[in-house]
Design a protein around this ligand. Structure first.
Ligand SMILES: Cc1cc2nc3c(=O)[nH]c(=O)nc-3n(C[C@H](O)[C@H](O)[C@H](O)COP(=O)(O)OP(=O)(O)OC[C@H]3O[C@@H](n4cnc5c(N)ncnc54)[C@H](O)[C@@H]3O)c2cc1C
Length: 282
């Protein structure tokens, strides 16, 4: 005799990365019957560990911030909080060519004063550049990231218009823009930059405290997610590449291509094409 199915709607979640795992668990917790379809042979998406020459190497999500509330909630849901550590206070040592070390650290003051002291002592910048950086940070914190005109200019152009030299941009602003936006200030959208700087550094004093993983990422996300999804009753199908969604009157058909997964990147062979139908009851 099979277990009775939950009375809620039947939900298909496509992709078993952080977003898919979170969506599947949330839907299952809310009473839905959930099927998660993932092309790779494992869960975790971009966040995973692999072996190379006897070493276990991590890919993706090396650090996170205290303000990553959704990610931290997922870690708690997976019972993985013990595999990570959050700095009590933001502290980033910076080593310059030649070996000179300077440290960016926040004080115990409320935002945005928590960064004023460290900016005013930041040796890679001249005193004039430090004062200018404080003024620019305050102005950046006042921008509304949702304003459409912000997406039409770059962070670099905005910084230049607010008195930031190329040297100050490279020695300070790019330290945040490059890892957080994957682009130097000269190429990054001002809208995205304003969002990241405000949310991560300027609105709440503790938002930018950095979190580290001290267990392999596969043990922190993929493996516990497999257990948590199973315990929540989610039907997890690995090696399932969704190719097409077809809307019908009473649901969706989710079509896949290929039935065998060849490698870690989810490249599939030319297997059978199958279709499945999902009930779209509200
Ligand atoms: C090298 C690297 C370092 C990073 N470092 C950091 C960091 O330090 N801090 C940080 O915050 N972020 C970092 N990131 C980014 C972070 O890892 C990602 O933003 C996050 O993992 C994305 O999760 P996701 O679920 O949105 O997408 P993904 O992880 O990409 O998940 C999508 C999933 O969908 C599956 N899929 C796609 N198409 C189909 C299909 N047709 N059918 C079935 N399944 C499908 C994929 O196989 C994948 O498993 C890093 C990323 C990389 C690659």
């Amino acid at each position: 005799m099979s277990a009775p199915e939950p009375p809620g709607p039947h939900v298909a979640v496509i992709g078993g990365g952080l977003a898919g795992i979170t969506a599947a668990l949330d839907c299952a917790d809310a009473g839905a019957r959930v099927t998660l379809l993932e092309v790779r042979p494992r869960l975790g998406g971009a966040v995973y560990s692999f072996e190379r020459d006897g070493l276990r190497i991590d890919n993706g999500q090396h650090v996170f911030l205290r303000c990553f509330h959704a990610y931290r909630a997922l870690l708690a849901r997976l019972g993985s909080e013990r595999g990570v550590e959050l700095q009590p206070r933001l502290e980033i040592p910076l080593v310059r060519p030649g070996g000179e070390v300077s440290v960016l650290r926040r004080s115990g003051l409320p935002a945005p004063l928590h960064l004023a002291g460290t900016l005013l002592r930041y040796r890679p910048l001249s005193l004039r550049e430090r004062l200018g950086a404080v003024r620019a940070a305050v102005a950046l914190g006042r921008l509304d990231p949702r304003a459409p005109e912000l997406d039409r200019q770059t962070l670099g152009a905005w910084l230049a218009a607010h008195g930031q030299s190329q040297h100050a941009t490279a020695a300070l602003w790019d330290l945040i823009a490059l890892p957080a936006l994957n682009l130097p200030a000269d190429q990054a959208s001002l809208a995205l930059a304003a969002f990241v700087f405000k949310r991560g550094l300027l609105e709440h004093a503790d938002a930018g405290d950095i979190g580290f993983h001290h267990r392999p990422q596969g043990e922190i996300v993929g493996e516990p997610a497999a257990h948590a999804l199973r315990a929540a009753g989610v039907d997890v199908r690995l090696g399932w590449r969704v190719e097409r969604l077809v809307a019908g009157d009473d649901g969706f058909e989710v079509w896949r291509r290929g039935s065998e997964v060849d490698d870690e990147n989810g490249h599939t062979g030319e297997g059978t094409t199958g279709g499945e139908r999902w009930d779209a009851r509200e």
